[in-house]
Ligand binder design. Structure first.
Ligand SMILES: *[C@@H]1O[C@H](CO)[C@@H](O)[C@H](O)[C@H]1NC(C)=O
Length: 256
């Protein structure tokens, strides 16, 4: 445990302002995703909600994971069927994933039940409007259990909680010719924001932010411990707000 971690733990106990400035949002969710100013989430019963005018509005359908980003709103249900929100309703997309992410520069990525990694390029993902539209999933090398993209590349974690990233991912192909870069540290989940910020949660429930990410250095420099003063299981960052789902499904809106 670093000195900074010790100081933050003490500051949480004392309630001083070294910790993140978080407020609890009414409701309970098991997963949340924020992007382009919008916030979507799902609860323990797979009900889907979006934050609208300060309160949760339920959408139709049932999903275990939802994502919002430049290629729209996408999600997967408990049978790993994939859906995209089109005209206010869910249309099914070919394939089978346990987690998808719409945060890339107009492309969508996902991982399937055997941790194979896929992406769908800009033309297909943005134009997808229901069965009949082409839905070409391209398989990437390697295995991940969680994968998320942003403007400066894609980040994922594997089943050993090792962290990998890909730079120079282009939206049209959603792939690149480089390989995975292993990043130091261990995380259970990782999310890239619309602006390229990278946040993750480790197995213990501590939240980390990747520091030093620039267009020239998409891998960043170091992990910085962020303290919401509670153990977390999921985070998503957008426009100055870090949305945190605690281990007991409470929702925190932290200004960072
Ligand atoms: C995951 O993807 C791989 C590679 O395409 C495929 O062989 C496997 O059947 C898929 N698993 C599931 C559960 O769909």
């Amino acid at each position: 445990m670093s000195l900074r971690t010790v100081i933050l733990l003490i500051s949480c106990l004392l309630g001083t302002n070294l910790a993140m400035d978080c407020r609890e949002v009414p409701g309970k969710l098991k997963q949340i995703d924020a992007g382009l100013g919008q916030v979507f989430g799902v609860n323990e019963n797979d009900r889907v909600y979006t934050l609208y005018g300060g309160s949760w509005t339920q959408l139709p359908g049932a999903l275990k994971h939802v994502t919002v980003g430049p290629s729209g709103v996408w999600g997967v249900n408990k049978n790993n069927q994939i859906y995209k929100l089109v005209g206010g309703g869910w249309v099914q997309v070919g394939g089978s994933m346990k987690q998808v992410d719409a945060g890339g520069h107009q492309f969508v990525v996902g991982v399937n039940m055997t941790n194979n990694v896929y992406c769908m390029g800009r033309y297909a993902s943005v134009r997808y409007r229901g069965p009949g539209s082409p839905a070409p999933w391209n398989m990437l090398p390697g295995h991940l259990m969680y994968y998320s993209c942003g403007p400066n590349g894609c980040w994922g974690v594997n089943s050993a909680q090792d962290i990998y990233m890909r730079k120079w991912v282009t939206p049209a192909a959603c792939e690149d010719n480089t390989d995975w870069q292993l990043i130091s540290g261990k995380l259970a989940m990782i999310e890239v924001g619309t602006d390229g910020s990278v946040y993750g949660v480790d197995a213990v429930g501590d939240v980390y932010r990747r520091d030093g990410i620039t267009a020239a250095n998409p891998a960043g420099i170091d992990w910085i411990y962020e303290s919401p003063c509670t153990k977390s299981k999921h985070v998503s960052y957008d426009a100055g707000h870090l949305w945190v789902i605690t281990k007991d499904n409470r929702i925190l809106d932290c200004v960072v």
